[in-house]
Design a protein around this ligand. Structure first.
Ligand SMILES: [Zn+2]
Length: 299
């Protein structure tokens, strides 16, 4: 526990140093820093009200019908809002606890399509967290559509990747809702999950996320935004072992339910297939995000 607190402090310091960016272009040391920097802010959004929900409006093609079938799966996991881990809803069930969730943030930039293809090749899924500024253009919209058509769940990661805690409430709302609007324009449905840039939420942003019917999640570990791990081989080791000594984590964060943060980056894309296989060799199953309880599938 002390370890964790220390690491949070270390990560927080790193975050202050590393995160002077706002409009991430690409390989700046990324933002989404610090595993669980935000835990204390991460109030449970477990009690879920009825939401703006899925009216799966325009689902005509067979492809989309398939996805609808996917989303109709009964959830067996949920997001533990204190730790951002993925845990069985029913602790007494025989649901496999030894799972990890893959997530990819700052999408769709240059590598997202390739990463989606790699996931498919390895028969694994992941949540893709989208920034609105990437999907303004037709090209960006096409990428998002393709990722969605490949069956991957889409998350909202704000429009311009700001630290929400620095913005007035109306701007926080705009940063979140405008992206969901644009995503809906492109894929015909609103995003299911929300992850705040830098993991930093406010009471207001959490309320907007709730009102929008999204499930909030941070992550438990990730290394691709630390300079020493901007290298496929080193990143692979760190992700599979859970240890990132060069980022101040000299013990393993890999455990059941780990929520793994990765980004749309070249080195991450290169390492992705090996990360999946390495985690499987360690005995972990990549959890199907469609089996995670959200406001859309809980009933
Ligand atoms: Zn991010």
């Amino acid at each position: 526990m002390r370890h964790i607190i220390i690491s949070i402090l270390l990560f927080s310091v790193f975050l202050l140093v590393a995160c002077s960016d706002s409009q991430q272009t690409s390989n700046e040391v990324e933002d989404d820093n610090g595993e669980k920097t935000e835990q204390e802010e991460d109030v449970s959004n477990q009690e879920k009200g009825t939401s703006t929900d899925e009216k799966d409006a325009e689902n005509d093609t067979a492809e989309e019908a398939d996805q609808q079938e996917e989303t109709a799966k009964d959830p067996v996991y949920k997001v533990d809002q204190e730790t951002s881990s993925i845990v069985p809803i029913d602790q007494d069930s025989d649901t496999n606890e030894k799972v990890v969730l893959l997530t990819i943030d700052d999408v769709p930039d240059e590598n997202a399509i390739k990463m989606a293809e790699t996931l498919k090749e390895h028969n694994a899924s992941a949540i893709f967290f989208v920034n609105g500024h990437f999907i303004e253009t037709e090209e960006g919209a096409e990428k998002l559509k393709k990722i969605h058509d490949m069956g991957f769940p889409i998350g909202n990661h704000t429009y311009s990747h700001p630290d929400l805690t620095t913005l007035p409430e109306e701007e926080q709302t705009e940063e979140i809702v405008s992206v969901s609007d644009r995503i809906e324009e492109i894929i015909g449905e609103r995003p299911t999950f929300f992850r705040a840039p830098h993991g930093r939420n406010t009471e207001h942003s959490k309320q907007v996320v709730e009102d929008e019917g999204m499930t909030l999640m941070n992550w438990t570990y990730g290394y691709d935004y630390f300079e020493p791990y901007m290298d496929a081989e080193k990143l692979k080791q760190a992700m599979i072992t859970g240890e990132g000594p060069e980022a101040g984590v000299d013990y393993s964060l890999l455990k059941s339910g780990a929520n793994l943060l990765m980004h749309d980056r070249e080195w991450t894309s290169e390492a992705l297939g090996d990360i999946i296989e390495g985690l499987r060799e360690e005995g972990y199953e990549m959890v199907d995000p469609d089996l995670i309880q959200t406001k859309k599938n809980e009933n």
